[in-house]
Each structure stands twice: as C-alpha cells, then as structure tokens.
Design a protein around this ligand. Structure first.
Ligand SMILES: [Zn+2]
Length: 105
C-alpha cells in the first residue's frame, strides 16, 4: 500500500506542498473527510491518516481518542479539482485562525 511521502500532496504525491486541508474531528470523521476532500480512495485515506497521526504527534497505529485536529498536505491543483478549501501551512504554524472542516458537535 502506498502512503504519501513527507511534505507531499496526499492527492498527487507532489513534494514541497505548502498548503494543507485542516480537519478537526474524531478519527473516522477525519478519514471520511480525507476521502471526500482529497479524492483519495478510502483505504489510502486510512493509511494516510496513520502517517499523519504520527506526524501530528499521535501514537502510530492507534486511532487518537476523541476529537483531534489534523492538517494534511493537499496542493492547490488537487484542492481545485475536489472543490476543497486549503490553507497555507505557515498560517497554522503561526496560530492564525484558518478554515477548518470540523465534525459537527
Ligand atoms: Zn496534489
């Protein structure tokens, strides 16, 4: 099973992607959102979730409990193709409020 390389777009695997899709919710919500927002097949979305869970500081191989925030790289081309709103990763790093796909409470 292929998993996206570090800093690559989840949709097309292009490296040096600086835009991310920002998602907040439980693990199942995030996987479904990745599938829908990035056009990634569901099994790859689940694999990518594992990779990004580790990158976001969660235990690899374990679904984080409760609602978590996850930013996954998606290039502007793939975002446009899927009608998805992406934000600059640097904006998240600097603590700016960014557009986030959030699981309804
Ligand atoms: Zn892409």
């Amino acid at each position: 099973m292929k998993a996206p390389a570090y800093h690559s777009c989840i949709g097309c695997y292009r490296g040096d992607t600086t835009t991310v899709v920002s998602i907040k919710g439980e693990a199942h919500f995030i996987i479904a959102a990745l599938h829908k927002l990035t056009g990634t097949p569901l099994d790859e979305a689940a694999a990518a979730f594992g990779v990004h869970a580790e990158e976001n500081g969660f235990d690899p191989g374990m679904a984080p409990a409760g609602r978590v925030f996850m930013a996954v790289r998606l290039c502007s081309d793939c975002a446009a193709k899927n009608g998805t709103t992406v934000v600059e990763e640097s904006a998240i790093a600097s603590g700016e409020p960014v557009y986030t796909y959030a699981q309804p409470e």
